[in-house]
Design a protein around this ligand. Structure first.
Ligand code: PMP
Length: 286
């Protein structure tokens, strides 16, 4: 199989592998009503697992699906699922809801006919390679044009085409602008820059995900005495940054090592953010 070792909780049981659970009459397979979240279990800890599980329930509501599993139940399920793997194995935890009912002819979901699964799979926490980024060819939609307040599957074909286009030009990722032309995030993560020892990051304006890792890293940096300013940022400011780094649940904190033709080093603020995150994880393990 193309996938790593995987266990999925669905309809009251754990299933190994990649069970076919969304059928051709499901709203989700035809009209795209899926929401998901992603969290990590590694080094014996699951940082902010509860926040990720709470968010998937908010995401479900945002696309008219009534969540059927509580945050506490999801946290318990994730920890139960983790026991199916070797201890110490780094895991990815992905809860997901989708629309089962209604669909063609009505296009709306049936809010009470909702599927749920939670998938856990092996995903090593690699030391991050630096990414080369360019300006994305497509932009983030607004809340008026897409459910940007949800971590919804329907948002990701846009991110995928941004990423694909950037890769055809030899970059690893793209800086994605919002509809006003301000920097929003990358195609896969939130973005930060450092200039003269101060950290700047786009202020949430409803177009991009206010990431859980983003909020954690901002709090950790501020607690450690680093000034972090959330504001409207132009792309040109990133071209002139001392450091650029990204945050996301999958790899946590990762450096950008080139923007367009400008090379960058993984710098001291990036290093600090990454170390603070791991110290935070060790703290909750203790
Ligand atoms: N933006 C996008 C488009 C993402 O896919 C992710 C990863 N979920 C993030 C930002 C980071 O969010 P979080 O830290 O909550 O994972």
């Amino acid at each position: 199989a193309w996938y790593s070792k995987t266990w999925t909780w669905y309809a009251g049981d754990w299933h190994e592998g990649n069970p076919p659970i969304i059928g051709p009459r499901s709203h989700a397979s035809w009209l795209g009503s899926t929401v998901f979240d992603g969290a990590r279990i590694f080094d014996g800890v699951a940082p902010d697992l509860d926040l990720h599980m709470a968010r998937v329930n908010r995401s479900a509501k945002a696309i008219d699906l009534n969540p059927t599993v509580s945050t506490e139940e999801m946290v318990a399920l994730a920890l139960e699922g983790a026991k199916k793997f070797e201890s110490g194995e780094a895991l990815y935890v992905k809860p997901m809801y989708w629309g089962e009912g209604e669909g063609p002819g009505t296009i709306t979901t049936d809010p009470d006919n909702v599927g749920f699964c939670m998938t856990l799979f092996e995903a090593p926490m690699a030391e991050p390679a630096g990414a080369a980024v360019t300006k994305g060819a497509f932009r983030r939609p607004t809340l008026e044009t897409m459910p940007t307040d949800a971590k919804a599957g329907c948002l990701y074909p846009n991110n995928a085409r941004i990423l694909r286009e950037a890769r055809t030009r030899g970059f690893d990722n793209a800086v994605v602008l919002d509809m006003l032309g301000s920097v929003a995030e990358t195609a896969t993560a939130n973005i930060f820059m450092a200039k003269a020892g101060v950290v700047h990051t786009p202020i949430p304006n409803g177009t991009f995900l206010n990431g859980i890792t983003r909020q954690r890293v901002i709090a950790l940096l501020r607690d450690s005495g680093v000034e972090v300013i959330e504001r409207v940022l132009r792309y040109e400011e990133f071209l002139d940054a001392d450091e650029i780094f990204c945050t996301g649940n999958y790899a946590k904190v990762t450096p950008v090592t080139r923007i367009e033709e400008h090379g960058l080093q993984p710098g001291p603020i990036y290093q600090r953010a990454r170390e603070l995150y791991w110290a935070y994880a060790r703290d909750i393990a203790a």
